[in-house]
Design a protein around this ligand. Structure first.
Ligand code: PAN
Ligand code: ZN
Length: 190
């Protein structure tokens, strides 16, 4: 029920210029190269890098419990520019545990590629740039790759009962990698 009490600041706020969130309800996770060990294809280049290098950071708010039907979560992700060998920094990527749950991604700053893969491993990419809005259909695994020289910032909204399934991506990856080729990014299918 909504009561007409005194003004209370929201428990989560977002700076739309930077994507950064703050407030008592905001949770945060940082992913370093150590956390992403087997996701990049060039193990030799990875070994030569500092494993504490930050690849990306996620801030999010869960206003209802995970698993709640009909609720929504919001998150902001910031992927640093960089590469492991010829492979651009990226998120882990995942399917939603409930395969029929979709998601919105919206780019705030930077540029990159949204990699989408279906259960048959058919993989395609969408260009991400400031203002690009991406409806991710349920059943598609999704990963973001920063192909630029600046941090790539995007907001995401997903159902509170979607859940995250990282296992098949950890085991088999996506059907394509985004690699530096001839001075720019190229999508190389497996
Ligand atoms: C996003 C992602 C976020 C980090 O909030 O969780 O960008 O990517 P990984 O979870 O793949 O590491 C989302 O897709 N939520 O469902
Ligand atoms: Zn997701």
């Amino acid at each position: 029920m909504i009561s007409s009490g005194d003004y209370a600041p929201p428990e989560a706020q977002i700076d739309w210029l930077t994507g950064m969130m703050r407030g008592s309800a905001v949770q945060e996770a940082t992913k370093t190269l150590r956390d992403m060990a087997r996701l990049f294809h060039d193990a030799d280049s990875l070994r030569r890098m500092d494993e504490n290098t930050v690849v990306y950071r996620v801030q999010w708010t869960e206003p209802v419990a995970q698993g709640t039907t009909g609720g929504l979560f919001w998150g902001s992700t910031i992927i640093e520019p960089g590469r492991v060998g010829d492979e651009y920094f990226m998120t882990h990527g995942h399917f939603h545990s409930r395969r029929d749950r979709g998601e919105y991604y919206g780019t705030i700053g930077g540029k990159g590629l949204l990699v989408l893969m279906d259960e048959s491993r058919a993989t395609r990419t969408d260009a991400m740039f400031p203002g690009s809005l991406h409806y991710i259909t349920g059943g598609l695994a999704h990963r973001v790759v920063n192909t630029g020289d600046e941090p790539l910032l995007f907001g995401a909204c997903w159902p509170s009962d979607a859940g995250h399934d990282y296992s098949s991506i950890k085991a088999k990856g996506f059907g394509a990698r985004v690699l530096l080729r001839g001075g720019g990014p190229a999508v190389i299918h497996a």
